[in-house]
Design a protein around this ligand. Sequence first.
Ligand SMILES: NC(=O)c1ccc[n+]([C@@H]2O[C@H](COP(=O)([O-])OP(=O)(O)OC[C@H]3O[C@@H](n4cnc5c(N)ncnc54)[C@H](OP(=O)(O)O)[C@@H]3O)[C@@H](O)[C@H]2O)c1
Length: 327
Amino acid sequence: MEVRALGKTGLPVSVVGLGCWQLGAGWGEVTDADAMETLHAAADSGVTFFDTADAYGDGRSERFIARLLKERPGEGLVVATKCGRRVPQETANYTPTALKEWAKRSQDNLELDTIPLTQLHCPPDGVYETDAVFDTLDGLVADGVLGAYGVSIETVAQGLRAIERPGVSTVQVIFNAFRLKPLEQLLPACAAANVGVIARVPLASGMLSGKYDETTQFPSNDHRNFNRHGEAFNVGETFSGVPYEVGLEATRRLQGVVPEGWALSEVALRWCIDARGVTTVIPGARNASQARANAAVGGRPALPDAVIAEIKATYAEMIAPYVADRW
Ligand SMILES: NC(=O)c1ccc[n+]([C@@H]2O[C@H](COP(=O)([O-])OP(=O)(O)OC[C@H]3O[C@@H](n4cnc5c(N)ncnc54)[C@H](OP(=O)(O)O)[C@@H]3O)[C@@H](O)[C@H]2O)c1
């Protein structure tokens, strides 16, 4: 497993991390036992970076990670959490008091004195313009509550604005074969500013595994059922905002260039890892076998040029019209 420094934090992290939203809620049923098994399978496979949020299962995901850290001391595991999504999404709710309370709650859930990295969790536009937010985060770093902070963003424009703030160490962005816009400006700008890039939703919510079809049913407590049209949160977080049938069609086209011995999910992850500017990719996993398969991509070779060309052509011809102007 390749290891890279996570932007200004300097923390060494595996190029394949683990997205831990699934271990909280919102993806159908994941039992406590499955959650812990998934975390350990990832760590056994060389994953050292775990992305979570205070909102995932209202702290359930963070509390599993606390258990993992206690069960595997001294292994250099790094947790990144997020804050801000447990209140109505208004800039006025991002007060210094609230930011301090959110950090304290994550400290308690994670059972850590210092949270290595916290991220504003796709905040409203006004937050990016609010000095008090960033001053408070700087203060939390100075006090040792946070090791560092970053921003999880929805749009490229927000990412470019975020990295103007000198205290921002990382940016988390949707980057996958259905979201190529970050390649143009955001990834080069982050590289130039030594801002770590955490590529989320690398499998377009599982679409880029190639395992779904027109008959696939998702449970009622899975966002791929209840947020298909953005009913609960930004529609871009569900299948990357690509209409389901369009995603299926594009995925079938990509299946045609998967090299022998690879799975489409592996191609999708390797594509992210090798994009210049990306530090780590954080596929979500609902079970240990997914976590192991995804981690193994950290030791795979780069993709052939023809595959990269087909990903770019598929995006340009089939996907860009649905996403490029929005995010
Ligand atoms: N606003 C934010 O900051 C934000 C938003 C979204 C995500 N995130 C973070 O990013 C992480 C990753 O994004 P995501 O989980 O939304 O989407 P994702 O990683 O693109 O997709 C995850 C889904 O892909 C499927 N999958 C994973 N590994 C597989 C494999 N080896 N073979 C076949 N299928 C596989 C699983 O689907 P099935 O469940 O169908 O098996 C899994 O639930 C999250 O866990 C979270 O930590 C952050």
